[in-house]
Ligand binder design. Structure first.
Ligand code: NDP
Ligand code: MG
Length: 386
């Protein structure tokens, strides 16, 4: 029987990689739903190739354009009609919409699928307690797709083993400015910040890699998924991006997970689990293994990492404040409204605000709460900087 799947954010970097993977195994998949925001031409092209009958296009203009084409497929403008699309539980959902806009679709899809691969890290950071409850309630299997988290997850087959973990090291490439002297940071352009040396990713996450905020988020993501205190999670700079995580156990052993710098590896494994496709093409890279470089991050160059010191251990709405503040600042940076060098200063001063700090004691209970808070933070910041 064909596996029934849906790809949320199919026109993005992760979504396209998943499409690329199943291209080799078309007969075993039926794509029930594809979604995009604006890129309707790419979406329609994917729908045509894979004979997809349901599409969601969230951008109003793009939706209207496609609607006028009177195609023989169901086109929706939002995620409110998932019950019409999924009659029975499907096999797999890929959650790969970028940003906090991916949260509600991720949450809503859980009850309609047996398994969900979540790339949208914002969901895991802001709403893990709510998502976990929904996953348990619906008996839906979760697989993290972010490469470091996928590596850790795959190295802990028995989830109880987490009690034996002493520390986890998450690696970071260091981004495009790892070697750039701090004196040149003031000249960094949007193009510089969106050109990642190792990974080909969407614009937003590329900027996050350049400021290293991506690693801050990944530590929080790991804290949530693996239920570990921040003090047990460390960042190591590893420019080759071959080693993704090191798990040090209390018994003196450590596990290191290596794979080529290719998001298709976690994506492939999240959908197939035990299949062997990559056996043919991926050899252990001895050259890379013989030249592993691992260093502590430079906090002077990348001060955003220090944010980890002020994150409450208990899950709260403060994580939403961090994500929304960062989202807004990245947006302002990409519109040339703030420059790279002012990024950490502005960020730090904003999150210290009293009205933001109070959320450290508030636990989210509903997705709407997170979405509302996100809007509020964005409005506040934009009123200051635009
Ligand atoms: P992209 O920017 O490449 O793609 C984003 C996708 O989401 C596109 O399909 C886009 O549609 C859609 N989208 C954007 N905004 C909205 C919206 N408001 N409503 C509905 N759909 C929307 O992102 P990536 O693929 O790089 O990243 C996706 C997620 O995965 C992010 O959360 C990222 O942090 C995470 N991730 C990505 C990694 C990577 O290597 N790329 C690695 C680890 C995690 P359209 O094309 O029409 O704009
Ligand atoms: Mg990652």
């Amino acid at each position: 029987m064909k596996k029934k799947i849906a790809i949320f954010g199919s026109t993005g970097s992760i979504g396209k990689s998943l499409i690329e993977i199943i291209k080799h195994d078309k007969n075993n998949f039926e794509i029930i739903l594809l979604t995009a925001n604006k890129n309707y031409s790419k979406l329609l092209n994917q729908a045509k190739i894979y004979k997809v009958k349901n599409l969601i296009i969230t951008d109003k203009k793009s939706y209207e354009i496609v609607k006028k084409k009177k195609l023989k497929i169901n086109i929706y403008n939002n995620f409110d009609n998932l019950n019409k699309i999924f009659k029975n539980k499907i096999d797999y959902v890929m959650s790969a919409i970028s940003g906090i806009d991916g949260l509600s679709p991720t949450f809503q899809s859980i009850k309609y699928t047996k398994k969900i691969g979540i790339a949208n890290k914002e969901s895991i950071i802001c709403a893990w307690n709510i998502l976990k409850k929904e996953l348990n309630k619906n008996n839906t299997k979760f697989i993290p797709v972010d490469s470091e988290h996928f590596s850790i997850w795959s190295a802990l087959p028995n989830k109880k083993i987490i009690n034996n973990v002493d520390e986890i090291f998450i690696t970071a490439s260091g981004g495009p400015f790892y070697k750039l002297p701090i004196s040149k940071f003031s000249k960094i352009t949007i193009k510089d910040a969106t050109s990642h040396p190792n990974w080909k990713m969407g614009k937003k996450i590329s900027v996050d890699s350049s400021t290293m905020m991506n690693k801050v988020f990944e530590v929080i993501e790991a804290k949530n998924i693996f239920n570990l205190p921040i003090s047990k999670l460390k960042i190591l700079i590893h420019p080759e991006s071959y080693l993704h995580a090191i798990i040090k156990f209390k018994n003196g052993l450590s596990k290191m997970i290596v794979h080529e710098t290719d998001m298709k590896i976690p994506i492939f494994n999240s959908i197939y689990e035990n299949k062997e496709y990559y056996k043919k093409i991926s050899k252990l890279n001895l050259n890379k293994l013989n030249n592993l470089n691992l260093k502590k991050p430079n906090l002077k160059k990348f001060p955003l990492i220090k944010i980890l010191q002020i994150i409450p251990e208990k899950f709260s709405l403060y994580e939403t404040i961090l994500v929304s503040t960062n989202d807004t600042l990245v947006e302002l940076f990409l519109k040339n409204k703030i420059n790279f060098i002012s990024f950490p200063k502005v960020f730090e001063s904003l999150i210290k605000l009293k009205e933001f700090k109070k959320y450290k004691n508030k636990v989210p209970t509903k997705i709407d709460q997170i979405i509302k808070l996100n809007k509020l933070v964005q409005l506040n910041i934009k009123s200051i900087y635009t």
